[in-house]
Design a binder for this molecule. Sequence first.
Ligand SMILES: [Zn+2]
Length: 224
Amino acid sequence: MNILFFGPNGSGKGTQGSILKDKYMTPHIESGAIFRENISNGTELGAKAKEYIDKGDLVPDEITIPMILDRLQRDDCKNGWLLDGFPRNKNQAIKLDEALKAAGMALDIVVEILLDKEIAKNRIMGRRLCVNDNNHPNNIYIDVIKPDGDKCRVCGGDLNTRSDDQDEEAINKRHNIYYDDNTGTLASAYYFRDLAEKDGSMKYITLNGEPSVKDVTDELLSKL
Ligand SMILES: [Zn+2]
């Protein structure tokens, strides 16, 4: 099963992705990790990518697409893959589609988590980390996991924030790319949605990201 996964930061994409990964026993491939791996292993593509990154430039698709394709063709992807974080814009969607077809790989499922931009931002900024256990979920904007006053709702421990989560400007910047339905990430999701409607070869699944993680998972499992 080959799966593409779309969802804004703050939509619980990672959690739902791991459910899919377990269900279909496919590796969960995160595009950022592919970059880091190619650079640290000193591959030819990695070296080229590093030149752009060092200059603060975007890595061109001519480098990114082959890197992603290479990853999707490895042994652990024999039974499928779950790609997350790519494509980020419509151009990349078109090129990825072409590259997959040229490699004889079919896309089976595309998942899109729907969540309002403002809610997604609040979800990120509302995260609180328990000093005793990272796995104690607390979020001041999510009722079911709201902290107990300013303490962890599970153990009563003190709570911290992660500085990344409080960087509103960076969050907005990423969300602006994601929610751009003209050329950005949503446009790339819609490119696949249109393909799915046209030829019916792949399934395009939308999930309402607003309810609890468990409810979103239930919706996902019921639609697969
Ligand atoms: Zn705790």
